[in-house]
Design a protein around this ligand. Sequence first.
Ligand SMILES: [Zn+2]
Length: 151
Amino acid sequence: MEQSAVQRLIELAKTKEQGLAERALLTSGALPVPWAWVEGSFGIRENGEVVYADETGQFQSMESLGDVRSNTLVTLFYAVKRNPELAYLLPPKPKGASRCTGCDGKGTVVDDQLVCGDCLGLGWGMQPNSAFLTDAFSLLRRACGAAKRGR
Ligand SMILES: [Zn+2]
């Protein structure tokens, strides 16, 4: 079977020196996606599922870390920003979505340093804005399902 983009990046990451969290993720088949200000590391499995290992290498449930949907979207956003070939993991921009005014569609703010809090890095939003996260997350689940079937 052809290797997926996630699998290729995992094999590449295994050749580099890694912390305990990153090693635990790699061993379990997840690509580490560390956030600068979070101890431990989030990671992405081949099917797009986002998981988390703490700084000692223990897996923790996503639910124990706060908002699952925004942590999932932001982790995918960072992964794609670092590895553009993973863009297929992000939800596609739906018809009727408008350019995010918080970041002018870039997905980041403050000279590209921070994820835009309005769109969580997607660069677009849905109206009404309050439903955005729910919409993006359901699209994300569908996109991950498609990735699982197609790759
Ligand atoms: Zn934005």
